[in-house]
Design a protein around this ligand. Sequence first.
Ligand SMILES: Nc1ncnc2c1ncn2[C@@H]1O[C@H](COP(=O)(O)OP(=O)(O)OP(=O)(O)O)[C@@H](O)[C@H]1O
Ligand SMILES: [Mg+2]
Length: 256
Amino acid sequence: MLPRISATRYVTPLKEGGSLPGIVEASDEGTYVLKFRGAGQGLKVLVAEVIVARLARLIDVAVPDLAVVDLDQRIAKYEADEEVQDLLTASVGANLGVDFLPGAFGYDGSQPPPADLAERIVWLDALTANVDRTWSNPNLLVWHRRTYAIDHGAALYFHHSWPSRAPDPDRFAAQPFDASRHVLADVATDVAARHADLSASLTPAAVEQAVGAVPDGWLEPTPWLADVTAVRAAYVTMLSARLQNPRAWLPDGGLP
Ligand SMILES: Nc1ncnc2c1ncn2[C@@H]1O[C@H](COP(=O)(O)OP(=O)(O)OP(=O)(O)O)[C@@H](O)[C@H]1O
Ligand SMILES: [Mg+2]
């Protein structure tokens, strides 16, 4: 489970960030980048953030700590900026907090991670179909000389079709991944060779635990997934199917 805290102050919007994430202070004295439940992309983006960050840690890819951050109506009321006020009002309830890494800088290639870490990051992105780690949007931070992966909201995009279609694990398992535009493509020299090792860390129980970290309230039932238990099981099934079909999505045509 993720820690559950409350926002005590809205500080400022982040200058970058398509979804208008903001910086908040929270009841644990921490400072968080808040990903709002009421942002245009909806709750599924928050679900992807949690699941992929949990998978990342299982293969030793550093990610900032996450927390569920409750936002109270009163914080929205005192916000002067109208656009932000609307977003805060639409986001009363449980939002995603990403521990703010002060002074981190955006990845620019000047301090590339070791090949070993780059391969793990590309492998994770290929597994979760995360297309959002390119030079135009690296979504990597360097903090105290360490590379952190952030912004996984675009991964697991299959769930956006769930309101209108039943989950299709075979289709996701067979979806290729184009690693050529990945920001670490040149550093991650042998991703395919890592598959055996990395997939061994993502046992069915580990994947289930990663999915288990998502709060119930973010898992939206559909006509095919009647309750949160069914939605959770669907994520596990989709990921397990893809893990078992690496030839389809590993960069460079599959296994060594
Ligand atoms: N935990 C963090 N610590 C410090 N800075 C952060 C953190 N998370 C995000 N940022 C900064 O805020 C920017 C936007 O965050 P993020 O990419 O997660 O949001 P987004 O709305 O999904 O953005 P986009 O859609 O533009 O990629 C990042 O590129 C980074 O500069
Ligand atoms: Mg981003």
